[in-house]
Design a protein around this ligand. Structure first.
Ligand code: PBG
Length: 325
């Protein structure tokens, strides 16, 4: 007879008791802050669909990064918006491109900050898809060569880690191979291994101007209903040389994070995506929820599910809160 001998409430009676037995704590060291960099000078342009997040030109990005470093956030994930787009996304591998220039500038000023770049073509292509178009389809194999070229150009600019998010088959192997043959075998790959085709990317596509101009991404990103397939995707990427595997989005996919963490003994990242962020911000602005508490609950749940690393637009806010408590 458990009750009345057992009373779980005993251990919940005060904040200090709760702290003592708390099973999950995320720390600032687990967070990566995604940021958007744009050409120009003196630009800090708030992104309407993502309250608190802005587009930065390189000069003001550097100012912002001082704050990020002071908050002890270990790394950032960089997205770039190019000057102009074309069919093959050539802005993505231009040695003088926005990401290449930003990475070089950041590493010169903040050598210890882990700078990670998103490897994808959708911000750079005129059609907004993540690869090369052939016969109205995103062509897998010809895209690999471009992705490898993009990764190499980021490596040459001094990036610390690359994160391919395009969901082409074989891209981890292609990127690992070019990095290794060109003398960058020390650069890790964080693979967006289980990336689902998701409505939660809506605000990001406005921020990155990367919405597909025809069709959608369902022919390359995963079907939301599949879990076994996520494990296969992770296994392939690990065989091809991924160092970290990511599940994205996070909140509707906590079960996937759990399964991936249980099955593979490698660091697992989860991307708390734009829609997940903006829903909380919007509801908080309306006074319908407490934004700060919901943020902590969200980040804790992602950690509890098994993520070692959380990519989140809340990183700065969460780190600020932790520094005060
Ligand atoms: C690029 C990419 C996307 C996100 C990260 N990298 C958008 C997409 O796949 O359409 C989404 C991030 C977010 O919603 O916060 N392919």
């Amino acid at each position: 007879m458990p009750f009345p001998v057992h009373r779980p409430r005993r251990m919940r009676l005060s904040e200090n008791l709760r702290r003592m037995v708390r099973e999950t704590n995320f720390s600032v060291g687990n967070l990566i802050y995604p940021m958007f960099v744009v050409p120009g000078d003196g630009i800090k342009l708030p992104i309407k669909s993502m309250p608190g997040i802005s587009h930065f030109s390189i000069d003001l990005l550097l100012k912002e990064l001082q704050e990020i470093q002071d908050l002890n956030i270990p790394g950032i994930l960089l997205f770039g918006l190019p000057e102009k787009k074309d069919e093959v996304g050539s802005g993505a591998y231009d040695p003088e491109g926005i990401i290449q220039k930003a990475v070089a500038a950041i590493k010169a000023r903040f050598p210890d900050l882990i700078v990670i770049t998103d490897i994808c073509m959708c911000e750079y292509t005129s059609h907004g898809h993540c690869g090369i178009i052939k016969n109205n389809q995103v062509d897998n194999d010809s895209t690999l060569e471009f992705l490898a070229k993009i990764a190499l150009s980021h490596a040459k600019a001094g990036v610390d880690m690359v994160a391919p998010s395009d969901m082409m088959d074989g891209r981890i192997g292609a990127i690992r191979k070019i990095l290794d043959t060109e003398g960058y075998s020390q650069i890790p790959i964080m693979s967006y291994a289980a990336k689902y085709s998701s409505s939660f990317y809506g605000p990001f596509r406005e921020a990155a101007e990367s919405a597909p101009q025809f069709g959608d991404r369902r022919s390359y990103q995963m079907d939301m209903a599949n879990a076994q397939e996520a494990l296969r995707e992770c296994a392939f990427d690990l065989e091809e040389g991924a160092d970290i595997i990511m599940v994205k989005p996070a909140l509707s996919y906590l079960d996937i994070i759990y399964r991936v963490k249980t099955k593979f003994s490698v660091p697992v990242a989860a991307y708390n995506v734009s829609g997940e962020y903006s829903m909380i911000k919007a509801a908080a602005q309306k006074g319908w929820i407490d934004g700060t508490k919901t943020m902590i609950e969200t980040l804790t749940s992602i950690k509890r599910a098994g993520a070692d690393i959380i990519l989140t637009y809340f990183a700065k806010e969460a780190a600020l809160l932790k520094s005060r408590t």
